[in-house]
Design a protein. Structure first.
Length: 619
């Protein structure tokens, strides 16, 4: 039985022990052991989830806007300083997958959403593990002061002293208050925490002004006009013309005229054979033209596809970030906040908006078909009327031929219009396929690097053109074998040097590795020499072994990396002399897409093993 009313409860356990699964059960994503049907629950997952919307919309998440409460929540979540750096303040767009914000800033936004949401219980899946203890305590106290119960999970023991009640989740073998549990473990965590806390007391926290931000009014204008301009229109400007093969029709007219006047120059069998030969020749000609066009289209499309794939895989990573669709892997967050009806309504709105163009196109086709049929009927009426009245110099065979052509004229016009529209639409696809071809290719370096010396010189970079610089004039020198730590507040740009080193985004200034400018190195050669463990680990689907041994390394290297990461089976001697075996993960289970069947801690350890196996000079 849990008593989590108006108090803070901490769930502690090793990696992969089921802490996140327990939280998913509490929010209704798994079979519930605790009845929360009458309680409102706010959920902050371990991996932050944000929408492609403004900061304010992400915090409100469909709730009514209360100005006083809203700015108080921004102060409690330590977001005021970050918003001061943005031109649009809290109206700034986060971007797809939160591209404009760091991982810590996205977590602060999730915490602010939980603070603003009027709930009974707040469940947090270790979103503050990398934050300061003071901020951690402030968030918990703010939630408790609002009369909310707080449930945290973590494997960071130095946060335990801020909680009223603690559960350890292995087999739920320990529970109780922090003082009693700390006494059972000889106060080891208290001593460690007191030492770190005494060092932090010597430094005063900077005081900033918590007044409301003066939002800067900026004009948001799109970079395009909605029309194709410049080079794209020039590429589409083709000169074409119809090729009329009317030999058979001319022959029909001559034959009919000769038959009408009984002026055959040859015997009737000759014309029968000639008609059959012309039919066979026409069939063969149509087959050859169709086969030639099909083969030509096949080879052209194959060549375009091959070149497009080659250029896309060599494109900068930010191209993939800004073109992917917003995903909803954190559906549990949406369901927990009860925002499914709003998202369904928005989804229906955007589907209708997309279908407007289709409805307009179909309506235009019906409009054109009706008027073409009407005009064709009028034309047939006047020609038939003229044929009945009669005219000088026009034979009956010619009149019949004209009537036959006019009958098919309407259908030909409709088909011509449809095919012209389809060709124009397909040209847009060819433009998109040809777009990556402008990406330059660089030369490959051999036997590089050898020492791992890195030098940054006057480095300045921004994530996209038009955005402010996140690094401005950075210069530093790192010797081979050194371990460098980058320290700074949330959003200060700690991850940016690593992105610049891998050329995820282009930059101004220079970065040299072993005396070689990385801008002159091919992306493949550069990135294969760097190992990186991202803040949000990415694991490919497949088995655990295939996810770790992506590069077909030797078994000895893989086993050594598993042992160093504590993922292999360890054998120890118990008190009764028996062998005790513990295993965090095996190598043959199937990993689902995005590693959803693994905990965040397990994905991080797998990323660590993958980096160790590569044996890079720097990372």
């Amino acid at each position: 039985m849990w008593h989590i009313v108006n108090t803070s409860c901490k769930i502690v356990g090793p990696v992969g022990s089921g802490k996140s699964s327990l939280l998913l059960g509490l929010v209704g994503e798994m079979k519930q052991l605790l009845d929360l049907s009458r309680l409102l629950v706010a959920y902050c997952p371990q991996t932050a989830w944000v929408q492609n919307a403004s900061v304010r919309d992400n915090i409100l998440l469909g709730q009514p806007y209360d100005e006083l409460r809203y700015w108080h929540v921004l102060e409690q979540a330590s977001l005021l300083r970050d918003l001061e750096l943005l031109a649009d303040g809290d109206l700034a767009e986060i971007g797809k997958k939160g591209i404009r914000f760091s991982g810590g800033q996205k977590q602060h936004i999730n915490v602010a959403c939980a603070l603003y949401y009027d709930t009974d219980i707040v469940i947090m899946g270790d979103p503050l593990s990398a934050r300061k203890a003071l901020f951690y305590n402030a968030v918990v106290c703010a939630l408790i002061n609002q009369g909310k119960a707080v449930v945290f999970v973590t494997h960071a023991l130095h946060f335990l002293s801020y909680c009223n009640y603690i559960y350890t989740i292995s087999l739920m073998e320990q529970n109780g208050e922090f003082a009693r549990l700390d006494k059972e473990f000889d106060g080891a965590n208290t001593k460690q925490h007191d030492d770190s806390h005494s060092r932090s007391d010597s430094k005063k926290e900077a005081l900033w002004n918590y007044s409301k931000l003066m939002l800067v009014s900026t004009t948001r204008a799109g970079s395009g006009t909605g029309k194709l301009e410049g080079r794209l229109i020039t590429d589409e400007d083709q000169t074409t013309g119809p090729i009329s093969l009317l030999g058979d029709e001319i022959f029909y007219k001559t034959w009919l005229k000769a038959g009408h006047g009984c002026t055959f120059l040859q015997r009737l069998a000759f014309y029968h054979v000639l008609y059959a030969v012309l039919g066979i020749v026409q069939t063969l000609f149509i087959f050859l033209v169709g086969y030639t066009m099909d083969m030509f289209s096949f080879f052209v499309s194959q060549n375009l596809h091959r070149e497009a794939i080659t250029h896309i895989f060599q494109a900068p990573i930010h191209v993939f970030i800004i073109t992917v669709f917003e995903d909803y892997f954190s559906l549990s967050t949406i369901r927990t906040y009860g925002e499914i009806p709003r998202f369904l309504k928005e989804n229906a709105y955007y589907i209708d908006l997309e279908n407007y163009a289709l409805v307009l196109s179909i309506a235009n086709q019906r409009w054109l078909s009706f008027r073409l049929d009407f005009c064709g009927g009028l034309l047939i009426f006047f020609v038939a009327r003229f044929a009945v009245v009669g005219g000088p110099g026009i034979s009956t065979t010619q009149e019949g031929l004209v009537l036959a052509y006019i009958t098919s004229l309407t259908q030909s016009c409709r088909m011509l219009t449809r095919q012209t529209t389809e060709v124009e639409n397909h040209m847009n696809s060819i433009e998109r396929v040809n777009h990556p071809h402008s990406i330059p290719r660089t030369q490959r370096a051999t036997s590089w690097p050898q020492r791992g010396v890195i030098e940054f010189h006057n480095l300045s970079m921004c994530y996209r053109p038009g955005l402010p610089n996140v690094l401005d004039g950075l210069s530093m020198f790192v010797k081979g074998g050194e371990k460098i730590g980058v320290v700074g507040r949330t959003g200060a740009g700690k991850s940016s040097p690593a992105l610049a080193l891998m050329r995820v985004v282009e930059f101004e200034g220079g970065i040299w590795v072993d005396g070689v400018d990385i801008s002159s190195i091919g992306l493949r050669d550069l990135r294969t020499k760097i190992a990186i463990i991202s803040q949000d680990p990415t694991i490919f689907s497949g088995t655990v072994l295939s996810a770790l041994d992506l590069f077909n390394q030797c078994d000895v290297c893989l086993l050594d990396a598993l042992r160093r990461s504590y993922l292999v089976e360890d054998t120890s001697r118990g008190e009764d002399g028996d062998d005790l075996k513990s295993q965090r993960i095996t190598l043959h289970p199937v990993i689902e897409a995005e590693g959803t069947n693994l905990s965040v801690g397990q994905r991080s350890l797998l990323s660590l093993v993958r980096a160790l196996v590569r044996g890079c000079y720097f990372g």
